[in-house]
Design a protein around this ligand. Structure first.
Ligand code: PNS
Length: 164
């Protein structure tokens, strides 16, 4: 059985991520989308919220599971008997960081964790979670970037932050 992990922050998940998830789910028998619990970042959504959002956004893809992890990806992969990580490449600017991460993961895992890159569809090449948050922070339109229910949750979260 071909199993892969698609790790990321997904804060929030965008149409670009969902495009990669759908295409990777057609390549692998099981795709585990796993949210990094990164204590060093202050995310908009908690890990639990991001997992819930991803579950909702991928509910029509039966071989996609959603999970979270802390620490090194290679350890999470080894614990779950996963040997492939999927990452999306939007542009040449992503390449250096992604190449470095893929090579570190390969080295640290003694070749047990390989990385497969999918190039982001052109229509989503400009998308990132950070730009979605920035646009929403300035009350801009993010309807072309994220599903409707995610847009509503982003707006709700930003309003709550403003009131705090
Ligand atoms: O969506 P992102 O923020 O670009 O995802 C980055 C992620 C989660 C894939 C990466 O930061 C990661 O795997 N972190 C876990 C820690 C780790 O294994 N680091 C070693 C590789 S540099």
């Amino acid at each position: 059985m071909k199993k892969a992990v698609y790790p990321g922050s997904f804060d929030p998940v965008t149409y670009g991520h969902l495009d990669i998830i759908r295409r990777a789910s057609e390549i692998f028998d099981v795709l585990i989308v796993s949210v990094l619990n990164n204590k060093e970042k202050t995310p908009l959504f908690s890990v639990e919220e991001r997992v819930k959002i991803l579950k909702e956004a991928t509910k029509d893809l039966p071989n996609v599971q959603v999970d979270s992890f802390s620490g090194l990806l290679i350890n999470y992969a080894a614990q779950n008997d996963i040997h492939v990580a999927v990452r999306g490449l939007r542009a040449i600017t992503d390449f250096e960081y992604e190449l470095q991460m893929a090579q570190i993961n390969s080295k640290l895992s003694n070749g047990e964790l390989d990385t497969v890159f999918l190039t982001t569809s052109l229509e989503y090449a400009y998308l990132s979670s950070s730009s979605v948050k920035e646009i929403a922070n300035f009350d801009g339109d993010i309807s072309q970037c994220v599903p409707d229910f995610v847009e509503a949750l982003v707006r709700e979260k930003i309003n709550l932050k403003r009131q705090a």
